[in-house]
Structures are given as C-alpha cells and as structure tokens.
Write a protein that binds this ligand. Sequence first.
Ligand code: NAD
Length: 326
Amino acid sequence: MKKRVLVTGGAGFLGSHLCARLLKQECEVLCVDNFFTGMRRNIEGLLNEPAFEVVRHDVTFPLYVEVDEIYNLACPASPLHYQRDPIQTTKTSVLGAINMLGLAKRLHARILQASTSEVYGDPEVHPQPEDYRGIVNMTGPRACYDEGKRCTETLFFDYHRQHKLDIRVARIFNTYGPHMHPQDGRVVSTFIVQALKGEPITVFGSGTQTRSFCYVDDLIDGLTRLMNASSDVEGPVNLGNPTEMTMSELARLIISLTGSRSRLEFRPLPQDDPRQRRPDISRARELLHWTPQVSVEEGLGKTIEYFDNLLADPHEADKLVWRFPQ
Ligand SMILES: NC(=O)c1ccc[n+]([C@@H]2O[C@H](COP(=O)([O-])OP(=O)(O)OC[C@H]3O[C@@H](n4cnc5c(N)ncnc54)[C@H](O)[C@@H]3O)[C@@H](O)[C@H]2O)c1
C-alpha cells in the first residue's frame, strides 16, 4: 500500500517541491495550505496526478485526516511576509504545531518540523552547530517568526518526551530555487528579478554580511532523508549548504550570470538582520549521509531561468504581484 503523506504549506516554495518529490517516491500526497503565500501555479503540474490531493485549510485550526507521515512546513518564511501579520505568524507556528502534533499523536505518525536557522538569531558562534543555543531578540520585529519556531521546537521535543512521538526537526538554512515568489523580498529572488529587469540591486548595509545558500533539490533530498532515516534521530539537524558568501558577492555573481547592467545600491540594514550564517552540517553528513551537490552557479542558473520565463509572460508576471490577503 502507498504511504499517505501530509504536507502542510504544500503550495509554497519548498512544499511544492516536496510534494513533487514524494509523488515520485510513489507516495499519496495530501497538500494542505491556506494560500497565504503559496501559489496555485506551484502545484499546477501535480493536480492531474491521481495520488495528489489539495485541501485549503489554515493549520491554526484542527485537521482530521488519516495519514502515515506529516511534514509540517506551513508558515510564511520571508520577513516581508511574516512581518505583515506577526500575530498570525506566531499562531501559525505554535497553534499549527500543536494541531499537527495532536494529529500525529492520534495517528501514531512520524512528524517532521521545518524549523529554521533563525533559531540561532544573530549568532556569535560560527559556523552554527545544532547545540548552539542562539541569540534572538524576543521583542524585535523578527521575533514572531524566530520565537514562534523556537517554541515549535520545544513542543516537538516535549511531545517526544511526554508522548513518545516519533519526531524529526530540520533546521533549514537559506534555500532558493524555482517557485520562490518574485516579490517575497528574499535576497536571491529580489536580486535576480532586479538584475533581469536591469534595475539597481538593493544591497542592505555594506553588503559584507554573509549567508549560505542551498539549492532546493538538495534541501528536499535532505528533508526526505531525515524523515526516512531508520535510526532514532535525536535532536535537530541542520540542513543547508556551507558555502558562504557576502551579499555583495552574491549580487555581483547574479549580475554576471544574467549579463545584466544593474549596479549595486546600498540601503540601511534592517533591524536584527544577522551578520553571518553558515551551517555546520556534520550531523547531517554523519546521520543522513547527506551533503549538498548543486553549486551556487548551477543553482542560480536554474533559478534565473525560472524567473526569466516568469517575467517574459506579462500575464503571469501581473498575477504574481503579491497582494496581502485582507
Ligand atoms: N526557504 C527557506 O530558505 C527556509 C529556511 C528556513 C526555514 N524554512 C521553513 O520552511 C517552510 C516553508 O518555507 P517556504 O520557503 O516554502 O515558504 P513559503 O512562504 O513559500 O511557504 C509557506 C507555505 O505555508 C502556507 N501557510 C502559511 N500559513 C499557513 C497556515 N496558517 N495554514 C496553512 N498554510 C499556511 C503558505 O500559504 C505557503 O504555501 C516554512 O515553515 C519555513 O519557516 C524555509
């Protein structure tokens, strides 16, 4: 019998790739999404698959379905999106986790949480291993996301200790690729769209802050390996690409790969913006035999092609203007 897998946030950037990968692995996939940031076009290619089903649902409300495994990805991930309605962001993380953990408990299902490198805040340890506890400003504008995700991790480990739930927690570092929203304000999508349009590339601060970027195919590979790892995986696992670069380097690379004439324009650094980020992925290497395979040049090439096609179609591009739901 096919494994039945629930993916919350399945119409989002990562969720849509995960749904596609699970269908390839012969699973039945139930995609649950409230379409706050998710896009129908992300899952359009899957709608005719007999093993694929979509339900519009907000995870802050209980969900009664029958599945064997749960990937909990529902949560806006870009600062622009999650700061639009910060209270809803915390609710989505915390109430969403309580509802999905309750479901997993009833079904005796394994559940994976899409946590984030944001739990490390603006880190003082570099690169960040899983046992680093992080520095997060709990009253700042990013706290709704960072603290929401930290509380979710707490809930996952309490459900594991108290109810023996079979849990997996992935701490995802910056991931990019096709299906990102062109107006999500994330650095890779923003720089690519600006470069393709020949507009100035807006770099925050002096552009010396660093990030490490993982291509989406690698990340999805890591997530499914973590879910399927046979041994009990104790504790969270970092998933990301350790290749680190400054924002100015990223901007220049995108300019060169797109052949754009855009120039760099420096803007003030947003509050609590982390200065550096690089995952220590020793645990993922050891436990999952996982290491990213796609180079930044190759991954950016595929992402640029995606945005180029999107922007070339004025009808599609217009539909993609992100209008905040009322
Ligand atoms: N992409 C990254 O670099 C990254 C890094 C760290 C963690 N993550 C985590 O991975 C997950 C997916 O991120 P993404 O980049 O695909 O973001 P995304 O915004 O593209 O996807 C999130 C999805 O969740 C849905 N959603 C939001 N609130 C919901 C709710 N209350 N009920 C049901 N659905 C809801 C959205 O409509 C969207 O489809 C998130 O939990 C995010 O925190 C992503």
